[in-house]
Design a protein around this ligand. Sequence first.
Ligand SMILES: [Zn+2]
Length: 79
Amino acid sequence: MDDELKCPVCGQFYFEERDDYDLCPVCGWFNDGFQKEYPDKLGCNHRTLNEHREQWKNGTLPDYIYDLIEQNKDRLPSK
Ligand SMILES: [Zn+2]
C-alpha cells in the first residue's frame, strides 16, 4: 500500500487518490492534501490536522463527525 494514501490521522485507512476529499470511515478526516501538508491550517476539515488527530485520540471530535463515521462504517475494509 502507498503510504501517501494513508489517512494522516488514524493511519488505518487508505484513500483511493491523494487529495480526493474523501471521508475516512475510521476517524472522520476528509482527505485534504493541503491540510496534510500544512497540519496547522484549516481547509476542507473544520479543524486542523493536528487538532483532528488530538480530538480523535481523545474521543472529543464534534458529534457530527461521529455520525459521519457511523454512516460510513460499511466502507471499512473487511479484515
Ligand atoms: Zn482516518
